[in-house]
Design a protein around this ligand. Structure first.
Ligand SMILES: [Zn+2]
Ligand SMILES: [Zn+2]
Ligand SMILES: [Zn+2]
Length: 287
């Protein structure tokens, strides 16, 4: 049996990088594009599982196949919430593109209700492209019988306009990985705890966490209350340097304005000097 492998298939925030319509220095000279957040997991039985469905699936499947060669149709799709970059590729599974059939779509109950209310998605369900399977917060599920890992949905506070939002905890045979691309604030998510204790309570070894904005300075043209996220700066202040026994913490879901998209920026060196990291597309973890 092979080990369970997770590959990062996107590190950008929902708008992608470069972001449409941005003519500022962050996007004007971009050569290397980045896709919205996504993970690909290959189970110990060779089954394949995707987290999030972005519009960049063609590019993302290529990154996945290059990093972790595999075959066969996708076994399951899990979606954390209904904001743009997490769902805007759902239609690609339909008849006009991949023509999937019987794909299991794991999601929350509110997401499943949204499928019924969204004509284009309801049609995909009625055509048998995907079969929604509702998870229960806090209860681990096995996305296919012999895949060798479980997924535990953990509800997190995030402006829940269309659906609620979950982080996904993947438990393999050796290690646990937390995927938490979006949440509103550490104060609400931790409710009195601190980041280390919160991750330790879940026995997380690798945490891929919301790094949307490095600091509020980069988004002075937007109202932060409309798009709340803890800044990387705040996360670093709460964490301090990595110490022995700490999990690996990797920032993902980077807004186009985020200097962490440039690995030579001063902010990138601050993150690495503290012992933490920034996610890379194609980066692979063994669980
Ligand atoms: Zn997002
Ligand atoms: Zn930009
Ligand atoms: Zn969101």
């Amino acid at each position: 049996m092979r080990s369970v492998t997770v590959t990062i298939l996107g590190i950008a925030q929902d708008g992608g990088f470069p972001q449409p319509g941005c003519s500022r220095p962050c996007c004007s000279g971009v050569i290397e594009k980045r896709s919205p957040v996504s993970l690909g997991i290959v189970g110990s039985d060779g089954s394949t599982h995707l987290f999030e469905a972005s519009r960049d699936l063609a590019r993302q499947f290529k990154i996945w196949y290059d990093a972790d060669p595999q075959s066969g149709p996708l076994t399951s799709l899990s979606i954390t919430h209904a904001h743009l970059g997490h769902v805007d590729g759902i239609g690609l599974f339909g008849r006009e593109a991949m023509g999937a059939s019987g794909l299991t779509l794991y999601c929350s109950q509110t997401f499943s209700t949204l499928i019924e209310k969204t004509p284009a998605w309801r049609q995909l369900k009625e055509q048998g492209v995907f079969i929604p399977q509702e998870w229960i917060s806090g209860i681990p599920f096995t996305p296919s019988i012999d895949c060798g890992f479980t997924i535990t949905p953990i509800q997190v506070p995030h402006r829940d306009e269309l659906t609620d939002t979950h982080a996904l905890l993947v438990t393999g045979t050796k290690r646990k990985l937390l995927f938490m691309p979006d949440h509103d604030s550490w104060v609400e998510t931790l409710s009195g705890s601190d980041i280390r204790s919160w991750l330790r309570a879940m026995r997380v070894d690798i945490a891929l966490i919301d790094g949307t904005f490095f600091s509020t300075e980069e988004i002075q043209h937007r109202n932060i209350s409309e798009i709340p996220h803890p800044t990387v700066k705040e996360s670093l202040e709460r964490l301090g340097p990595k110490t022995s026994g700490d999990p690996e913490i990797t920032f993902i879901h980077l807004n186009h304005t985020n200097p962490l998209l440039n690995e030579n920026s001063e902010q990138s060196s601050i993150v690495s000097s503290l012992g933490w990291s920034v996610g890379q597309e194609g980066q692979k973890f063994d669980l």
